[in-house]
Design a protein around this ligand. Sequence first.
Ligand code: PGA
Length: 254
Amino acid sequence: MRTPFVVGNWKLHKNVAEAQALVTELKNQLGAIRDVAVGVAPPFTALWPVARRLEDSHLVLAAQDCFWEEKGAWTGEVAPTMLADVGCTWTLVGHSERRTHFGETDATVGKKVAAALKAGLGVIACVGETEAQRDANQTFAVVDAHLDGALAGGAPPLDRFVIAYEPVWAIGTGRTATPAQAQEVHAHIRGRLRERLGDAAAAAIRIQYGGSVKAANAETLMRQPDIDGALVGGASLDAAEFVAIVKAARPRPA
Ligand code: PGA
């Protein structure tokens, strides 16, 4: 049984005061929910103050990216050990916005995943095709390449490795993949995990869906057998909306 995992990716939003206010609201509203793992990924500048607010909470703190070296002459970068030091227990790696705008490649994703796991962090490795790639029937090949990049450092610890399938054409566009479209790719990813890591790993590793997830569409997505939670961008900036998504991810009796 995989515990669903819902994470809010705040991207480039929220100063310290706004971040503290949002996370306080989430703590109050989500305190009683224990059957869904919940996390927030604020910008770097808000990590430490948000960590303080989360000290007595089961919500987990994630960074949106990390670097692969621990120290040195790397102006502007942040090491996974530094993220752990300020209270992060997770980090995103390989988000499509990092691939598109900041030159992230499968090779750099592999190095970041390995460094983050070595530092004791959990990793949410993002995979997903563009619209042109989907139209050219390359969806499975693209997610396979992204997944192989993320696994380049070897077999990960199963409780600290999560895949987020985020079709690029669905991110921030209001166009969600249909539950059937998402399930098809999630099932493919689980098959690929089975080939690469074996049955037990494929059964244990959680695969989140991301791309215009909202309260209104979360429940049908979360009911798909291979969707184990969500990576939520825009809708995670609003407490009521995010709380409703978390509730939609609660496991239901079959
Ligand atoms: P969105 O972003 O929910 O705003 O589409 C998802 C993501 O990029 O993680």
